[in-house]
Design a protein around this ligand. Structure first.
Ligand code: ATP
Length: 308
């Protein structure tokens, strides 16, 4: 079961196959059977995570031999640190996360978690240790309780409530017509983008993995929702090794390390201050200026507001 939890949509492929945001279990099981791309080596061992230290060592990868998606990517994330991936569309950010989740194996180079090559461990044990919060969460046509509890199917109700509180969604759920028993999805209550994201955060908190992959939502949320989500995210990522794909740079200025990924390479890396100091020639500097400019425009024109 655990194995099913994460890859369903976050990494794009499955998601694009699913037209709706809400799916049934049977449909998902079928998708998984069709999409198994990497196989465990014979007698693969379980991944043993003590620290959550993630290393990419000269990793290259192509989806298609005619075009390189990643070209010699190397970085190291110490236990509990947050690394933000930024850069132009198509640069390779999602591919980095897909490889860490072992959706594909690198063509060359290695990925290690706590010194274990992830190619040699059982996929299920790898995925058990990684939590994924996608841009747009797929919910099951089931109750809110089930949708959060899916993070750990053995969790008692109390633990589910606690996770929902940490994800800043508990009070909202209590306002739903049947509270935690409210059905969501195509045949039930439709949750807003912000609510769905907090359900995904609650699921991940319940799963309690040492490593987290986070694809930030691109759409702008109203200030209140944004603040709640940021709070929920900081509780979720505290003391966990986190890789975040950031679309809005304002949310990652405090990241321990920012990697600028462009054309399959890490072209700049450092803290926000370090990257800004690199000045006008820098890709990050340019992105930051553009963002400040866009934010100004939004203020002038009243901002873009999605529901939260
Ligand atoms: P975005 O910010 O738009 O999500 P990204 O930086 O995450 O982009 P990737 O999705 O990692 O970029 O894509 C890197 C390259 O790999 C791009 O050239 C893209 O077209 C290609 N690519 C991504 N997924 C696939 C796939 N499933 N099959 C073939 N090529 C792919």
């Amino acid at each position: 079961m655990m194995q099913l939890y994460t890859p369903l949509h976050f990494f794009g492929t499955y998601y694009r196959m699913i037209q709706s945001n809400f799916i049934d279990m049977e449909k998902m099981l079928t998708l998984f059977e069709e999409q198994q791309t990497v196989k465990d080596v014979p007698n693969a061992k379980d991944l043993n995570v003590k620290e959550g230290h993630v290393v990419f060592d000269n990793v290259s990868f192509s989806y298609d031999p005619r075009q390189t998606a990643l070209n010699g990517i190397s970085f190291s994330i110490p236990k509990g640190a947050t690394v933000a991936l930024v850069g132009p569309s198509g640069g390779g950010k999602s591919t980095i996360l897909r490889l860490l989740f072992r959706f594909y194996d690198p063509d060359s180079g290695h990925i290690y978690i706590d010194d274990q090559d992830i190619k040699k461990v059982r996929q299920e044990s790898l995925r058990h240790n990684i939590g994924v919060v996608p841009q747009d969460t797929v919910l099951f046509n089931d109750t809110v309780l089930y949708n959060i509890g899916y993070g750990n199917l053995n969790a008692p109700e109390d633990a589910i409530f606690k996770a929902a509180k940490a994800a800043q969604i508990h009070d909202k759920i209590l306002q739903f017509p049947d509270g935690y028993e409210t059905r969501v999805g195509e045949r039930g209550l439709r949750l807003s983008g912000g609510e769905k994201q907090r359900v995904a955060i609650a699921r991940t908190i319940l799963k309690d993995p040492p490593i987290i992959l986070l694809d930030e939502a691109t759409s702008a949320l109203d200030t209140g929702t944004e603040r709640q989500i940021q709070q929920a995210l900081s509780i979720m990522t505290k003391d966990r090794t986190t890789l975040v794909i950031a679309h809005r740079l304002s949310t990652i200025v405090n990241a321990d390390l920012i990697l600028v990924v462009k054309d399959g390479r890490v072209v700049e890396s450092g803290s926000h201050e370090e990257l800004i100091k690199q000045g006008e020639d820098g890709v990050y500097y340019e992105m930051w200026q553009k963002q400040l400019h866009d934010d100004n425009d939004n203020e002038i024109y009243g901002g873009i507001h999605a529901n939260g």
